[in-house]
Design a protein around this ligand. Structure first.
Ligand code: ADP
Ligand code: ASP
Ligand code: MG
Length: 445
């Protein structure tokens, strides 16, 4: 059971988690928890502030967030019982102060310091949840994820080493489960082979939970969040978005890749590999059924299940007339992205030109320099990818026409269709995206 940031945001949220966990205690859950809401952002801001040299401001920024933890601890843990969390919090304060000082002096590699600092969100929330549940009579045990999830050294977006992780997770958690204890661990945080703290990327707690579920061959992975399941689109864009009762792994993965924040993009892979059903539920409305993600979902009457979008997209267009009739052009283009370790999202090609999108503008300049050796390169920023998802979408006649005629007043910069059986993806100006989504949502739902 994974609980997101808003699901552990305050006293009332911890109370809700207690009720949800208690109602399923006979299923022997493992709990994976995010940082309390806003804490990860605050830690990142503190890191940036310290990096700029303002150590005192960095430390002061965190104080209100420590207070939020203290408030929850005070509410649930009786004053006369031993309060292990107080000691943990004192330790975290000292450690964070030391790490922020190092960041301000740049006395250790910054990427390494950043992960060490940001990890305290999940370290504290998981220790707090463990103490709260103990105080409420649940036999819980905190486990340090930095020992359990083993990753490479890519700070900020570390890749798990799955075999080693599986072995340690089984070794550490199975005996606790056998003893009817509830293991509680932080999501998002992990450790490399040298024991240094790493993180799995923003929103990565879903992924942590999926890795643990796969290692233990769990019967189900439950993602508890602040909306009732995966919806027909982001409810922040369309207030009339509806819960989708069943999605296939493939549909859920496409939605997650293309911006449905409710699931981290890497969550589905471990679930597919171990055939674990994923349920997405609402902590605020635990009685609503939410979404079930399974191997097969069946087709929706109008074929479309959901619309996702991702902003801040850059389009690159590479044209090389001298490659007409020659082979090796695509290979040369892809090698450039390989060298810069940059992911391509959407791609559309003709014989001598390629248009593709990136959502990491970080290395664009270097990539463009390298691509210029192959042909003319155009760069266009400020776009959004829109991804329409549904089983049977590729095979249905007239659907693309219906989608594009619904938005016939909008310029479509790039289209990709046919690679996946379950999606149609296109790119529009970022400023057009909310309107495009609302129109499509109105037409199809
Ligand atoms: P958590 O902190 O629980 O991980 P997130 O904020 O990461 O929660 O994800 C939940 C949010 O994802 C929702 O509040 C919603 O705004 C957003 N979201 C985007 N697309 C969708 C979608 N298709 N269905 C449901 N929620 C979505
Ligand atoms: N706390 C981390 C974040 O805000 C991870 C997560 O919530 O999944 O990105
Ligand atoms: Mg999330």
């Amino acid at each position: 059971m994974k609980f997101g940031g808003t699901s552990v945001g305050d006293v009332a949220a911890f109370e809700r988690v207690f009720h949800i966990v208690s109602s399923q205690i006979e299923k022997h859950p493992v709990l994976v928890v995010s940082a309390m809401t806003k804490v990860t952002d605050a830690l990142l801001t503190a890191f940036d502030t310290a990096k700029k040299g303002d150590f005192d401001a960095a430390v002061a920024l965190l104080e209100p967030h420590f207070e939020r933890h203290v408030e929850v601890a005070k509410h649930f843990i009786p004053a006369d019982s031993p309060n292990l969390f107080d000691a943990e919090l004192e330790f975290a304060r000292d450690e964070l102060s030391d790490l922020l000082m190092r960041a301000s002096r740049r006395s250790l590699p910054l990427a390494m310091l950043k992960d060490a600092i940001v990890s305290y969100g999940e370290q504290l929330s998981s220790r707090l949840l463990s103490e709260v549940l103990k105080a409420k009579g649940v036999k819980s045990r905190h486990v340090d994820s930095r020992r359990l999830i083993v990753t490479d050294d890519e700070y900020g977006a570390a890749q798990p080493i799955v075999d080693e992780t599986n072995e340690i997770v089984r070794l550490e958690l199975q005996p606790l489960l056998n003893a009817e204890e509830v293991p509680i661990m932080g999501g998002f945080i992990a450790g490399n082979r040298a024991g240094e703290t790493t993180t799995l990327g923003r929103g990565g707690s879903d992924y942590s939970a999926a890795l643990v579920a796969a290692a233990l061959e769990a019967n189900e992975l439950q993602i508890w969040t602040d909306v009732t399941g995966v919806m027909t689109c982001d409810p922040r864009i369309c207030s009339d978005a509806r819960t989708i009762p069943v999605l296939s792994y493939e549909e859920a993965a496409e939605l997650a890749y293309f911006g449905a924040k409710v699931l981290h993009p890497k969550t589905i892979k471990p679930a597919i590999d171990s055939s674990i059903p994923v349920r997405v539920c609402n902590t605020f409305r635990p009685n609503e059924i939410g979404t079930m993600v399974l191997a097969h979902s069946g087709e929706a009457p109008n074929k479309i299940k959901s619309i996702a979008s991702k902003k801040n997209i850059t389009i690159l267009r590479i044209t090389s007339a001298r490659m007409l009739g020659a082979y090796g052009f695509m290979s040369a283009v892809f090698q450039v992205f390989d060298r810069h370790r940059t992911v391509i999202d959407v791609i559309s090609t003709s014989e001598v030109s390629v248009a593709l999108t990136l959502d990491d503008p970080g290395s664009v300049e270097k990539i463009v320099t390298d691509l210029s050796r192959l042909g003319d390169v155009e760069v266009e920023k400020g776009y959004a990818v829109i991804c329409v998802v549904g089983e049977g979408l590729r095979a249905s006649t007239g659907l693309a026409a219906k989608i594009f005629s619904t938005i016939d007043d909008v310029n479509v910069a790039l289209v990709s269709h046919g690679a996946s059986a379950v999606n149609l993806t296109f790119v529009v100006k970022e400023t057009d995206a909310p309107n495009v989504i609302r129109k499509l949502h109105k037409e199809f739902f």
